[in-house]
Design a protein around this ligand. Structure first.
Ligand code: BGC
Length: 382
């Protein structure tokens, strides 16, 4: 973490300087309540709001629709801000054609094979929306729901508390699931996500966030020069439908080895059957740390040109690294430029895909009386 930037910002704010070199209105010392504006209106008349918050040099804009991170701005090593999260500037685009840009994902992040699983002897059929499989909670997942949003300031933190109650049977999942997600910006500019969920019937849960990162700025081109490190010696190979085969394969000697920082593009075109099937990286890495009581380091992403760096820590045992393979130049992003293949990448902290059908994977079962809790922390530097 580059402390010098934080010190500069804090110093500028303390001195009451209009910190133009740091961008407009550098409210970097916390305590300022998030601001709400109208972003758009859904077909049924529901208003969707956009919340703007800022702390420690990080600026976040979040929609009540899907809990979507519509913009996330961080400075480069010279203090120049860029929005590093792909998205749209129009609600209609999110509703009609978003590939989960910036969204909260549930009830089950990633895929469940054939959208089926059996729990306590009962078979469940989920909404199928990705070939024969269920992806990211089904056709109407949490990314397409309007969340209740409450702003807060607590000490030097600012944030939003998002909540959503998913009805018993929604998208085929059993149990009324009460979900609370807290987005916090710390005085260091970290973006922390705390997830909590309870149920009234046994069910499965896997919650994540689907930001598409480009640390050079969204719409600025390819992420192939970004250097990625993933603290994982194994990954979960998949079948043609991207469902894990159940094997935990070693990354050593394969394009999947990101144990040392490596440009994303270096092995992206290797003729490895797993890369061909997914048209790039779209796999779950088995984090060496496993499930942890506290968030521990999972991955680092760095754009050498701007110096912007993202570090991810999580309680989760897995990380989906998706290299933006299905971006095809048909979507126009926030900055008015189109997104082509590899123009952004996702790093989704998670339990492994298809866990409900893979008894050897860490369990995603949630029972009444339990609370599903998990945290992911994004720390930024330059
Ligand atoms: C999946 C990709 C999928 C994308 C949605 C990612 O989490 O791994 O396979 O295409 O989400 O666009």
């Amino acid at each position: 973490m580059d402390m010098s930037r934080r010190t500069v910002i804090a110093g500028a704010a303390a001195a009451g300087i209009a910190a133009t070199a740091l961008g407009s209105a550098a409210h970097a010392t916390g305590g300022r309540k998030p601001v709400r504006t109208l972003f758009g209106t859904l077909a049924d008349g529901t208003e969707v709001h956009r919340w703007s918050l800022e702390n420690g040099g990080t600026r976040l804009k979040v929609l009540s629709y899907g809990g979507i991170v519509q913009s996330l701005e961080i400075p480069d090593r010279r203090g120049r801000y860029a929005n590093v999260s792909a998205g749209f500037d129009d609600l209609a685009d999110y509703v009609a054609k978003s590939p989960y840009f910036g969204a909260l994902i549930g009830r089950y992040g990633n895929r469940i094979g054939k959208g089926r699983f059996t729990l306590d002897g009962t078979a469940y059929q989920l909404s199928v929306n990705d070939g024969e499989n269920s992806l990211h909670g089904g056709a109407q997942g949490f990314d397409k729901r309007v969340w209740d949003v409450e702003p807060f300031t607590a000490g030097t933190d600012v944030g939003l508390r998002l909540s959503y109650t998913s009805a018993d049977g929604e998208q085929g999942y059993p149990g009324t699931l009460k979900v609370k997600v807290t987005y916090t910006l710390t005085r260091h500019g970290d973006w922390r996500i705390d997830y909590a969920a309870t149920t009234d019937k046994a069910t499965v849960v896997n919650l994540t966030s689907h930001v598409y990162w480009n640390l050079a700025g969204e719409g600025s081109g390819s992420i192939e020069d970004h250097e990625l490190t993933i603290a994982a010696s194994r990954y979960t190979p998949t079948d043609a439908g991207l469902i894990p085969t159940g094997e935990l394969a070693k990354v050593a000697g394969t394009p999947f080895d990101f144990r040392r920082a490596k440009p994303v593009g270096r092995d992206l075109r290797a003729a490895h059957p797993q890369l061909i099937a997914a048209q790039g990286f779209d796999h779950n890495w088995v984090l060496d740390k496993g499930v942890t009581a506290r968030p521990e380091h999972a991955a680092t992403l760095r754009d050498p040109a701007s110096g912007r760096t993202l570090r991810i820590a999580t309680n989760e045992p897995g990380l989906q690294f998706y290299s933006g393979n299905f971006l095809d130049g048909t979507l126009t992003g926030t900055s008015g430029r189109t997104y082509r293949q590899g123009d952004a990448l996702c790093l989704e902290t998670q339990h492994f895909p298809d866990s409900p059908n893979q008894p050897s994977f860490p369990s995603t079962v949630l029972r009444p009386g339990q609370t599903w809790r998990t945290t992911t922390i994004h720390s930024f530097g330059n």
